[in-house]
Write a protein that binds this ligand. Sequence first.
Ligand code: MRU
Length: 348
Amino acid sequence: MEVERTIWWDSGICTIDQTKLPESYEIIKIGTVRTLVEAIKSLRIRGAPALGAAGGYGVALAAHRSTFMDPESILGELKIAAEMIRSSRPTAVNLAWGVDRVLKAAQAASEDGEEAIRSRALAEAERIADEDIAANRAIGKIGSKQLDDGDRVLTHCNAGRLACVGWGTALGVIRSAVEEGKSIEVYSCETRPLNQGSRLTAWELSRDGIPVTLICDGAAASLMRQGKIDKAIVGADRVTEDAVFNKIGTYSHALSAKANQIPFYVAAPISTFDQFHLEHEIEIEERSEDEVLSLNGKALAPKGVHARNPAFDATPIDLLSGIITEKGMFRPPLMPFIGSGLAKTARL
Ligand code: MRU
C-alpha cells in the first residue's frame, strides 16, 4: 500500500527507498544516524524539502537512541550527529536548516531534562514535516495561477511529493492546476545520470493520471524551439540572492527557455532560501564518476575514460520569470530576504 508521506516517524525514521523506484515500492525504517547518513548519500532519501525533514528527524533519532542520562552528554552526542548529517550532502540548504532547527529545540529543552530533549526534538521534527506539506499546498495554489488550461510544461529532475514530505513544489504547482480543473501535459526530462525524471517524476505523475511524456535532457531546447513547450517549472536545492541551485541541467533549460521566450519558474519554500551566501560561496556536490560511466553495473564508456559528475548547477536569477514560494511569487532580482538587509524585497 502506498503511503501519504515520503518520510515520517514511527519509533525511527520511515521512508520510501527512492533508489528502488520504479521497479519496486519499498518502505525502509532507519534506526541509526549512520544508516540515515548512508540513505542520504545514496539518495534513498533525496530532494531538498525531504532532506530538511530527514535532517530534523535525524537529530530527534540521535536523541532517542542516546544512552546518556544527563542533558549535557545527550546534547554533546546530538552535536556530533548533527555534524554527520549536515555534511552528508552539501548543496541543498534544507538539510542543514532542518538539522539546526531541531538541534536548537533540543538545546532549549535541556534545562527540563533528558525526556524533554527527546520529546521536544521529535515535536520540532514533526513540525518541519507538517509545515512542508502546508508550504507546498500554498506554493501550489499561488503557482497554479501561472499555468493555463492546455499548457505543456517542462520539468527537470523530481520536485514532486517524493522530494518533499508531500504534494511537491514544482509538481505541486502542476497538481494544484490539475486539481483546479486545468488540463496540463508534462514533459519530464529524464535527468541523467540518476534519472530522477524518468524513475520518479514520470512514476508520480502517471500514478496521478497526469499526462507525462519523457524526453532526453538534450531534447528540451529543440522542443522549446519547435513551440512544443509553453512553460517550464523546476524545484530548487538552494536559492541565493544571485542564483538558484538545482539539479545539473537546469541552467541549460533556463538558457533555452530565455532564448525561446518561454516562462521559466522555480517553485521552492522559504526554507530553501539562503540569505547568507552568494553563488560563488556554495559547494556543488561532485558525485562518483561511476554514476556517469556505468548503468546497473554495465559499462557506458570505454575503460580508462574519466567523467565529471557535478550533481547541481547554478542558474543566474535574471534567467527566471519568477520564484514561487508559500509567501507569494517573487520576480528576480527582488527576492524575499525580508529584513535581512541583503536584498531588496518586493512581492508581485
Ligand atoms: O540529487 P537530488 O535528487 O536530491 O536532487 C534534487 C533536485 O535537484 C530537486 O529538483 C530539488 O531538490 C528540489 S525538490 C522539491
